[in-house]
Design a protein around this ligand. Structure first.
Ligand code: IZC
Ligand code: ZN
Length: 422
């Protein structure tokens, strides 16, 4: 069979070959490496992965694009499985407030934080939001990201703005090389006008917002900010159960700031992922491992919040809980699209090995989006999403932090980013 694309002369190919499911425990560190490798692609699918000499049935013709990796590192395309991609404005004004000691939740309860992004997002047109998010998506792609999750949640009680965000995400998914998977997160903050009636807002989410989003087929997941001062365990449960009735799979922002039993709720509901988990209890972590929930950790956020508290990745991995890592890109608690920086944080702050980190941003990130059969590893039949790094080894990418190591990104079998074009 003629290949459309062949990458030859790969020094180190990290395939992540193995079961088509999230990897926990010691499997999180087993990444399956082939030295002196080649990959062949037809259409958007991988048709050969192995040593440099292609088998006889994989052939090239005049049209085949042959890329010489020059002995460098190739990995699966990276998956950023938790972001607030589509939003208006930015919140650099919070930096000086933070330096004076203001806490994230204090800024939020004073009507800033998420509320200020909500005002900015409401005031922008779809086209303006699209252009702002597209710049971020271009940056993510340049860092090696080929699939990204993006949440609504800056319309909050204003359903028009929620729909606007999700429609922008859908347009990006259609028009940009990077795949954008959408999550409805109306339950992102208690709107100021519902301050004295949070239950009224929960009812609005359940009765109006979830049905509308589901009928318009604008989201795959439903997410809730389950946190002291935002949505309680009981409210989160009811919202996520209603979402599930409508076909939206549950995700949860759990125990980010305080330990209130979010991890336990994630296990009870069988959430696809529970995210943050800085304060997750031992019991919650063990129950999540038993229920097949992916722990999606966001060390860029705990770094930026500067609370000195971080998710217990080592304990989670020891207990067999698969760990994913994401940027949490958002204008408040983690204003960066740089997943490679966050990978370094995962290693330096959460003490994950480079191999565990790579699994976290490929196969486990894919599983956090329910896409483990399509993406996340370099195997025959899977999508041809690949990154060529300007390094001969994985350790170097994690160790030399804060810069962009990407040479080239292949998305759906095509060159979507090349450093030499920059
Ligand atoms: O805009 O602050 N944590 N939601 C929950 C966020 C951070 C996004 C924001
Ligand atoms: Zn978030």
């Amino acid at each position: 069979m003629d290949a459309d694309l062949i990458i030859k002369n790969i020094g180190t190919l990290v395939t992540l070959k193995g079961p088509q499911s999230a990897r926990g425990g010691s499997a999180q560190g087993e990444i399956s490496v082939i030295k002196d490798a080649a990959v062949a692609v037809r259409g958007d699918r991988i048709i050969y992965v192995g040593t440099g000499s292609l088998p006889e049935d994989v052939t090239a013709n005049d049209e085949t694009l042959i890329i010489d990796a020059n002995g460098k590192l190739v990995t699966p395309g990276l998956v950023d499985s938790h972001t607030h991609l589509v939003h208006g404005g930015s919140r650099e004004n919070e930096l000086s407030m933070k330096l004076k000691g203001a806490k994230y939740m204090e800024i939020l309860s004073a009507g800033g934080g998420i509320h200020s992004t909500m005002r900015a997002t409401r005031s922008m047109s779809k086209d303006e939001l699209y252009l702002q998010a597209r710049r971020s998506l271009d940056r993510m792609l340049s860092f090696g990201v080929t699939t990204v999750e993006g949440k609504s949640g800056y319309g909050i009680e204003d359903i028009e703005t929620e729909l606007k965000q999700l429609e922008v995400a859908r347009r990006l998914n259609n028009e940009h090389a990077v795949d954008v998977v959408s999550t409805f997160m109306g339950a992102h903050a208690i709107p100021l006008i519902f301050r004295d009636d949070p239950e009224g807002f929960v009812q609005k989410i359940i009765k109006e917002m979830i049905p509308t989003v589901a009928k318009e087929k604008l989201a795959k997941f439903c997410d809730v900010f389950c946190e002291h001062g935002v949505f309680t365990i009981d409210q989160s449960r009811r919202i996520l159960l209603e979402g599930r009735q409508w076909g939206l799979k549950p995700k949860i922002h759990a125990d980010e700031i305080e330990s209130i039993g979010g991890a336990e709720l994630a296990a009870e509901l069988g959430c696809v992922s529970a995210d943050h988990l800085v304060g997750a209890s031992d019991e919650g972590i063990m129950r999540m491992a038993e229920s097949g929930v992916v722990a999606n950790l966001l060390p860029g956020t705990s770094f930026n919040l500067q609370t000195g508290k971080h998710a217990r990745a080592r304990f989670m991995i020891e207990k067999g809980l698969p760990v994913a890592i994401s940027t949490d890109y958002n204008p408040g608690s983690c204003p960066t699209e740089n997943i490679q920086l966050v990978m370094s944080f995962a290693s330096l702050i959460l003490r994950m090995t480079p191999e565990e980190v790579l699994t976290a941003v490929t196969m486990n990130g894919a599983a956090a989006l329910g896409l483990e059969r399509e993406i996340g590893s370099i195997e025959v039949g899977k999508k041809a999403d690949l990154v060529i790094f300007d390094s001969t080894n994985l350790e170097y990418v994690i160790y030399h932090f804060g810069i962009n190591h990407t040479d080239m990104v292949i998305k759906d079998g095509r060159v979507a980013f090349s450093k030499k074009d920059c």
